[in-house]
Design a protein around this ligand. Structure first.
Ligand code: MN
Length: 398
C-alpha cells in the first residue's frame, strides 16, 4: 500500500500578507497524491485555527470536493476511537487525520470533526483504524496533539500495541531530542517513550521535513506544506508531501510545484543597502489557478537589518519596501533599537520633566493657600529625595 502524508497544511493561515497559500498548497498536495496513494494521512494542524471561519471552511470543502466521487480500492474496515463519528469517506482515497496543536480543544468538536461528519475523513483522537487493500492491512494509530506537559503520560496511558499488518503511529508533538534545550513545558516526550514494534513513527508539528532511523523504527517528519514562520531554517527547503510504500519501505518526498519563493537576508545597513538589486535578484512571481481565479504569488523577502539607520538609509529602505511585485518584510535587529535609545538625550528629558513637575507643584501649593515665605524649592528637593519627615520639619519651622 502507498500512504501519503500531508502535514501541517494550516488552512486559513493569513499572516505576513499571505492569504491563499495554504489552500493552493493543500490542493496541489492532494493532486500529487491522488493518483499514487491508497491512503492519505494528515498528522495535525490541518487548520490554522481551532475555530476557522466560514470562508476557510468553504474553501476547504471546495478543495475536498474536487477529489470526491470515485470508488476506493483501499477500504476502512475498522475504527477503534471513542470520539469517532463517521466511518465512510466520500473521497476516492480514505483520509485519516489527527487534530494538531492549532486545532486543540479540550472536549468540544473542532474543524476536523466538521470534516468527519461531512464524510470527508476519519478523525482519530486516541485510537486506531484499519485500512485494507486486497490482502494487505494497515493500522493507523493516532493521538491528537496534546499540551506538551502531558504528552508523555498521555501516550503511555494509551498503551498502543501493534496489530496484524503494517503499523503506523501518528503524533503531533515536540521531542526532547529535536530541541536544543531541555524544558518540560516544550517537550516531555523522548524517542524511548515511543511504543515499540511499529513500522513507522510519523510526527506532525515540526515544519521541516526529516527522516531518520531510531532503535524502535523509522521516524518520519513530513514537514509542513506552507511556511508559517519566515525564519532561516523554515524556508531553507521547499515544501512537499511524503509517500511511504509499505512493501519496499521506501519514503519519497515530492515537492509542491507551485509555491511562493522565499528569501531570508541579514543585511548590514552600512554595506548592504546601496546595491538594492541583489536583494531581488533571481526571484520571481509564481501563478496558480484556484477557485476559478488566477492567483499571483509574489516572492517574499525577509530582511533582518543590522546596524544604525540614518535618514539617508531610511529612504533607501523605503524604496526597498515599496518595490513592486515583492513582499518585503523588514525586521530590525535589536542593536538598532539599542542605538536609538543611546541617541536619545535621556538627561535632557529627565531635567525637562523635573522642571515641569516643579512648576506644577509650586502652582498647586500657592493656589491652595501656601505663603510664598516658605522655601518651596527646598521642600521640593526633600520630596525628590523621598524625605517626607524633612518636609514636615521644614514646614513646622516656618
Ligand atoms: Mn504546525
Amino acid at each position: 500500500m502507498r500512504i501519503a502524508f500531508i502535514s501541517d497544511t494550516h488552512l486559513g493561515f493569513s499572516k505576513h500578507k499571505i492569504e491563499l497559500d495554504s489552500y493552493i498548497c493543500f490542493e496541489q498536495a492532494l493532486k500529487i497524491v491522488k493518483d499514487v496513494a491508497d491512503l492519505i494521512v494528515l498528522p495535525g494542524d490541518v487548520f490554522d485555527s481551532s475555530s476557522p471561519g466560514e470562508e476557510c471552511l468553504s474553501k476547504t470543502f471546495s478543495i475536498l470536493q474536487m477529489f470526491t466521487g470515485h470508488e476506493s480500492v483501499a477500504k476502512v474496515i475498522g475504527i477503534d476511537d471513542r470520539k469517532q463519528h463517521n466511518s465512510k469517506t466520500g473521497l476516492n482515497i480514505p483520509i485519516v487525520a489527527i487534530p494538531g496543536t492549532h486545532e486543540y480543544k479540550m472536549k468540544e468538536d473542532g474543524p476536523l470533526e466538521v470534516l468527519e461528519n461531512a464524510g470527508y475523513l476519519i478523525c482519530l483522537h486516541a485510537g486506531s483504524c484499519t485500512i485494507q487493500k486486497g490482502n494487505e492491512k494497515v493500522n493507523i494509530f493516532g493521538m491528537k496533539g496534546v499540551p506538551e506537559q502531558v504528552a508523555r503520560d498521555a501516550l503511555k496511558k494509551l498503551s498502543f500495541f501493534p496489530k496484524d499488518g503494517t503499523n503506523i503511529l501518528v503524533l503531533h508533538q515536540s521531542f526532547k531530542e529535536l530541541l536544543p534545550f531541555n524544558d518540560d513545558m516544550v517537550a516531555t516526550l523522548e524517542y524511548k517513550d515511543l511504543p515499540p514494534g511499529f513500522d513507522l513513527y510519523v510526527n506532525g508539528h515540526i515544519h521541516q521535513h526529516k527522516v531518520f532511523e531510531l532503535d524502535s523504527g523509522t521516524f518520519l517528519i513530513p514537514g509542513s506544506t506552507i511556511n508559517t514562520q519566515v525564519r532561516k531554517v523554515e524556508i531553507k527547503r521547499r515544501k512537499g508531501v511524503v509517500i511511504y510504500d509499505t512493501e519496499s519501505n521506501k519514503i519519497d518526498f515530492i515537492e509542491i510545484p507551485a509555491q511562493r519563493q522565499y528569501r531570508y537576508l541579514e543585511l548590514d545597513v552600512l554595506k548592504g543597502l546601496e546595491n538594492q538589486d541583489v536583494i531581488f535578484e533571481g526571484l520571481g512571481p509564481v501563478t496558480y489557478s484556484l477557485f476559478g481565479k488566477e492567483i499571483i504569488l509574489e516572492p517574499y523577502i525577509k530582511v533582518k537589518l543590522v546596524g544604525k539607520i540614518d535618514e539617508h538609509k531610511k529612504n533607501i529602505l523605503q524604496n526597498i519596501k515599496k518595490r513592486d511585485g515583492f513582499i518585503v518584510d523588514v525586521e530590525k535587529d535589536l542593536s538598532v533599537i539599542e542605538q536609538k535609545i543611546k541617541d536619545i538625550d535621556l538627561k535632557a528629558i529627565r531635567d525637562g520633566a523635573i522642571t515641569t513637575a516643579e512648576q506644577v507643584f509650586f502652582e498647586n501649593l500657592y493656589s491652595s493657600g501656601f505663603k510664598k515665605s516658605f522655601d518651596l524649592k527646598q521642600v521640593f528637593e526633600y520630596l525628590k529625595e523621598e524625605k517626607p519627615e524633612k518636609v514636615i520639619e521644614h514646614l513646622e519651622k516656618g
